[in-house]
Design a protein around this ligand. Structure first.
Ligand code: NI
Length: 168
């Protein structure tokens, strides 16, 4: 079990684009294990590799609140976004889990990735899963929730963030 420190905004690693995984080797499997441990310890519903400082296209997701249903995706891609958008409160382990901002997201998506065995998986997602997959795929592209909200909402969130941050 390895719970790793989660990189926090404004760490520049969160702005970096991650690279596709070319080979699913033991290093990648260990990364997935560490990401899952870190996500469950936080706790959170998802985590992207650059949130622990690794610039690889890997995400882990678990939207179940009680029993564990871990999903790990390598080289994820959203191949279709519904035109229907919904705004809902979202938090991020790299911002501050206590701060929630209204993020507009597609209600439905088509999602494509490799699982940890290297097999292609493809499915349609909606509801909270669609939201989490969009959030984590955003991370891999250097985008966080503060980039998805209005300047006014962002100012409000940054103010709240500076109030919550412990003095150094
Ligand atoms: Ni996040």
């Amino acid at each position: 079990m390895a719970v790793l420190p989660i990189r926090k905004f404004p760490d520049p690693v969160l702005k970096e684009k991650t690279k596709p995984v070319e080979k699913i080797d033991n290093e990648v499997l260990k990364l997935i294990k560490n990401m899952a441990d870190t996500m469950y310890a936080a706790p959170g519903a998802g985590l992207a590799a650059n949130q622990i400082g690794v610039l690889k296209r890997v995400i882990v997701v678990d939207i179940h609140e009680h029993d564990k249903h871990l999903m790990a995706f390598i080289n994820p891609e959203i191949t279709w976004y519904s035109k229907e958008i919904e705004e809902s409160e979202e938090g991020c382990l790299s911002v501050n889990p206590e701060i929630h901002v209204p993020v507009p997201r597609s209600v439905k998506i088509h999602f494509k990735a490799l699982n940890k065995k290297g097999e292609p998986v493809e499915f349609e997602a909606d509801g909270f899963l669609a939201r989490v997959l969009q959030h984590e795929t955003d991370h891999l592209n250097g985008i966080i929730i503060l980039d998805r909200i209005s300047p006014e909402e962002k100012r409000k969130a940054l103010r709240e963030l500076s109030e919550k941050r412990p003095p150094v």
